[in-house]
Design a protein. Structure first.
Ligand code: PLP
Length: 358
């Protein structure tokens, strides 16, 4: 459900007053600083961008101590969103005899890329107590996979995998495989990134996006961090990196303004945390079970019946919630919206779960 209807390009219109908490978008939209950067950039839009994209790559490189400058090959690339480079990171490292090892449940783009490359996605269940990735079981799953895919915080559970666990996997994985860490929801958490492992020259690719905390899902901007040789391998998938299309200068200007806005991340992290905590208290008060430990803008609630039924019934109440994963068929994923949107969620949820009143 939601604007994309599950498939790129498909647009299934929802009634205009529908509360949309289905796609882990940010209801706040772009920051004021990003909006202010838009018009000056647009005025320069008659020319190919020689300013905003390099400035954004320079800023992010400086923030993470990555080499950048004349004569240096960048360790980070800027794309229209992170989904494109995620595909390239996955597909340039897996092949029919080099499968993908991922978590379960996880963001479906991993398994989907494996299907495209005609290889297996070995789904390793998350630890059922902590809901973190079980890196030991992932390592034991195959002797020589092409890649391990870790989403941190995970989508759809919002749960985190401690940095030590990821470092352990990087340290112990077989030579020739890469660890792909998808940090799309990272800013909502209180974790420490593994981007430093990229600077340290490890077999790691990290993805980041402006679609989540920065509120720019429709604007399209995201990063891939990796050793230059790992980034260069992307070309084996697309023939040319440019096939993805270079980022618009407007998106680059908005990304740059967001990165240099010091207040944005801490403020939005707190706003999300407060609304998430409030919603989880509501679920506890009404004795609904949810997956604990979310450090993202989503949570999963157990609806004790096929999740799809509740998803459909909620839509009747004009609240579009997220989808269901095969590993957790009685759970639905819900995105954290505004406090007002979450009140609408609560009202609709009680109505749907308690059945029609007599
Ligand atoms: N990775 C994860 C875990 C996601 O949930 C998403 C989008 O929901 C993406 C990547 C891709 O997002 P985008 O292409 O907008 O950066």
């Amino acid at each position: 459900y939601g604007r994309r209807g599950g498939d790129m390009g498909e647009f299934r219109p929802l009634p205009p007053d529908t509360v949309i908490i289905s796609s882990n978008e940010n209801p706040l939209g772009p920051a004021g600083s990003a909006l202010a950067a838009m018009m000056p950039a647009a005025k320069k839009g008659g020319r190919y961008d020689k300013e905003y994209m390099p400035a954004t790559i320079q800023t992010i490189s400086e923030q993470f101590g990555l080499p950048y400058g004349p004569g240096k090959t960048p360790f980070v690339r800027l794309y229209p969103g992170s989904g494109g480079p995620l595909d390239m990171a996955l597909m340039s490292n897996i092949s029919p005899d080099k499968p993908l090892v991922c978590g379960d449940p996880t963001y479906e783009q991993g398994p989907r890329a494996a299907a495209t490359m005609k290889t297996k996605a070995i789904m390793v269940p998350l630890d059922k107590t902590t809901w973190k990735y079980d890196v030991k079981a992932m390592l034991a799953a195959h002797p020589s996979p092409g890649a391990y895919y870790i989403v941190n915080p995970n989508n759809p559970t919002g749960t985190i995998t401690p940095r030590e666990d990821i470092l352990w996997l990087i340290q112990n994985k077989p030579a020739g495989s890469v660890v792909i860490v998808d940090e799309a929801y990272f800013h909502f958490s209180n974790q420490e990134s593994v981007i430093d492992q990229v600077a340290a020259g490890k077999d790691v690719i990290v993805l980041r996006t402006f679609s989540k905390i920065y509120g720019m899902a429709g604007v399209r901007a995201g990063f891939a961090f990796g050793r230059p040789d790992l980034l260069a391998k992307f070309e084996t998938v697309t023939a040319s990196d440019r096939q993805l299309g270079s980022i618009s200068l407007i998106a680059a200007a908005m990304a740059h303004a967001s990165l240099t806005d010091k207040d944005l991340v801490p403020l939005r992290r707190k706003i999300n945390r407060d609304t998430l905590d409030d919603t989880l208290s509501f679920l506890e008060k009404h004795n609904y079970k949810y997956i604990p430990g979310s450090q993202a803008n989503m949570f999963m609630v157990d609806v004790n019946r096929p999740g799809r039924e509740v998803q459909a019934a909620m839509l009747q109440e004009k609240v579009a919630i997220g989808r269901v994963w095969p590993a957790l068929p009685t759970y639905v994923r819900v995105t954290v919206g505004t406090p007002v949107e979450m009140k609408a969620f609560q009202t609709a949820f009680l109505k749907v779960m308690n059945g029609p009143s007599q």
